[in-house]
Design a protein around this ligand. Structure first.
Ligand SMILES: [Zn+2]
Ligand SMILES: [Zn+2]
Length: 210
């Protein structure tokens, strides 16, 4: 077996993770695996690894109850992400499943891409992560493509900068899924629309926290 990232041979027997996660054999070599930094401590609300108390981005109230991020978006993760976006390689995203929790609560809502972006990229990385979590992606949101203000309809201007639109009424506790959490603006905007449309609660899960 070869590492899906660097193509060096992987020796599954010597990888301790395989002993604990038999259903999810690591497809990354040890060196690549060690390139990722698992977040063990951070802001209690958004997992920002630079803080141990509530970070400045989380001090204001928002529709997003909390966010869990699994890995620090370090230089290795940035390179990995650039390659993943370029190749759109399912093997590459599947290699991340060793870092994902076995079980997550709530209906999974992948953060959507705009139609234009989806056309360009050919896949939605948030949806790929949702599938790795063995969850059914719920298409509760649409995302409008950011264009010049003049091109926006009156309704869009009134909505301000929020690019998300509801697709249907929703119910229950939702889990918003995305690849990277930066300041949380995207997740908070998406959460606000879901709450307005009937969600009981919205939490977030992202692979990386920058
Ligand atoms: Zn490797
Ligand atoms: Zn925070």
């Amino acid at each position: 077996m070869k590492c899906v990232y660097c193509f060096q041979p992987v020796h599954p027997k010597t990888d301790w993770r395989n002993a604990f996660l038999p259903g999810r054999p690591s497809r990354l070599c040890e060196e690549c695996m060690n390139g990722f930094e698992v977040i063990t401590e951070g802001c209690p609300r958004c997992c920002n690894p630079r803080y141990s108390e509530t970070c400045p981005d989380c001090r204001q109230d928002s529709a997003l109850l909390s966010n869990t991020s699994l890995l620090f978006y370090n230089d290795f993760a940035k390179e990995w992400m650039a390659r993943f976006k370029y190749r759109g390689d399912y093997e590459l995203i599947a290699s991340m499943s060793v870092f994902l929790p076995y079980f997550v609560r709530g209906k999974a809502v992948p953060v959507p891409l705009s139609d234009v972006r989806l056309e360009e990229r050919g896949f939605n990385q948030a949806e790929a992560i949702t599938e790795l979590l063995m969850k059914r992606p719920r298409p509760y949101l649409k995302r409008s493509h950011s264009e010049k203000q003049a091109k926006k309809s009156k309704q869009e201007r009134e909505r301000g900068a929020n690019p998300f639109l509801p697709v249907q009424q929703v119910r229950g506790n939702l889990l918003l899924i995305d690849d990277i959490y930066t300041t949380g603006t995207t997740m908070k905007q998406a959460a606000a629309v879901l709450k307005e449309n009937g969600a009981d609660s919205v939490r977030g899960l992202t692979l990386f926290h920058s």
